[in-house]
Ligand binder design. Sequence first.
Ligand SMILES: [Zn+2]
Length: 244
Amino acid sequence: MTANHKVLLQDLPNADVEIRYFDDDQSGRYRSWKMTEAVAREVTAWWRDSNSKNDSQFPLRGKTEPCELFMVNEKQVDVHALDRLGRRTMMSWSLPSDVVEKLAQEYVCDGKASEGLMHERTFATVINCMDGRTQLPVIDYAKQRFLVDYVDSITEPGPDGILSNTIEKFYIDSIRRRVEISVCNHGSRLIAIVGHHDCAGNPVEERVHFEQIKRSVETVQSWGYGCDVIGLWVDANGEVHEVS
Ligand SMILES: [Zn+2]
């Protein structure tokens, strides 16, 4: 999606929503789709799930209580509303993937819109090591880098080791649940994953840390919260560096 494309979600009576897709800022013209909020939520939940499973085999299909979903290619999502017996109704929509992606960011928390407007104070999220030496340098760095008032800290021993390793599913899910609270309840749109020098929880070589931090960034991106995700390295002097 280019910078000028904008998606707005308008609440309508009777638990309906209208999705408005603006091609540019100037003209005010937009394309729109009206559907029930339940369908809009289902579409975005499905989008996040299929993103996080790294599905790339088209056609993709999904079926849930309120709707059936198809993607013949990466450009478009076709949605058919179903009745209570699971039969197709007359209602269907073809949504550009750009629009669904943007919706998934809005509906990141099962319908609790994570609009920054709801929050007077701004938050970012760091997934840091429990190591006491890394706390203040990372919080200070994140506040300046992200221009936020507060930094939510999620700590584990060596989180870069955990998030880069799919075997650690229990711990990954635990981190993900805490990230979700920060994103949904505090409206954080920025997440940093930290690795550091002399990590007792993840005692690997520095170059392995860097690889793990990069893979961890990909893991967190795959959760589909639509946040900016970066990797950070805290060196032997307590200096924080971005890993890219
Ligand atoms: Zn550590």
